[in-house]
Design a protein around this ligand. Structure first.
Ligand code: SF4
Length: 233
């Protein structure tokens, strides 16, 4: 596994834990608002490949953090597109670190394998938009069933999990929030995070941030279906 980046410390991306973040290149979606197009678009990835971090360097770093970090967050792009992800996670687990996976939910087969092998301790799944309207915002026609399968796998897994959505002004309305959260009825924890970006995958993308009051209006709409909606500004 070669990594597109490493963040040495986060205390917000793995709730309750001190963690490092390992970023993997490539993604199945083309979210118009994506703030990391250089790690999503194949041509851009090709240009950056020489600067990717070999696994050996990552593990040398991780070995130096034993006793200091609780875990590692695996983040993309979309990590589950990499066939060698299970081996990579096994090496992290063998060193005694917890593992949190951030995923868009588009690869339920890989997700099921990782959960069955207990290779992840926590999962966060992004739900971008109503599943039958992904092409409008996530840039790809998707079969909603594979995302529904990922949702079901996560809910039945017994690991710590959250579902979340980056919300964008002019896109996410209270009605849209209800279409999204209808897919995760009674979920104990759902989070909405405010869109902030100067750079987007689609240079013509138009969308903005919400005010705090507007975020709470969206959260109230979401809570029609989920038990709690956390607002992240
Ligand atoms: S924002 Fe969308 S395109 Fe960008 S990495 Fe995440 S899932 Fe992939």
């Amino acid at each position: 596994m070669r990594l597109s980046g490493v963040q040495k410390l986060t205390h917000i991306d793995y709730p309750g834990k001190l963690a490092a973040i390992a970023f993997t290149p490539g993604c199945t979606l083309r979210c118009r608002y994506c703030y990391n197009p250089e790690f999503v678009l194949p041509d851009a990835i090709q240009r950056l490949t020489s600067s990717f971090i070999p696994e050996s360097i990552f593990f040398r770093f991780l070995d130096s953090r034993r006793g200091l970090l609780d875990g590692v967050v695996i983040c993309g792009g979309e990590p589950t597109i990499h066939r060698d992800l299970p081996e990579f996670l096994e090496k992290i687990r063998a060193r005694g670190f917890l593992i949190k996976l951030d995923t868009n939910g588009g690869n339920p087969d890989m997700l099921e394998y990782l959960l069955r092998k207990w290779l992840v301790n926590a999962v966060a799944m992004d739900i971008k938009f109503p599943l039958d309207r992904y092409v409008e915002l996530a840039g790809r026609h998707v079969g909603p069933e594979r995302y529904r399968r990922s949702i079901a796998l996560i809910r039945a897994s017994g690991v710590q999990y959250e579902f979340r959505t980056t919300v964008i002004r002019d896109w996410h309305t209270p009605t849209i929030m209800q279409s999204i959260t209808r897919e995760i009825p009674d979920a104990p924890h759902y989070a909405i995070q405010n869109f902030r970006s100067e750079k987007t995958l689609d240079p013509d993308f138009v969308g903005g941030s919400f005010t705090r009051d507007q975020m709470h209006t969206l959260a109230a709409a979401a809570e029609h279906y989920v038990r709690r909606c956390e607002v992240r500004m």
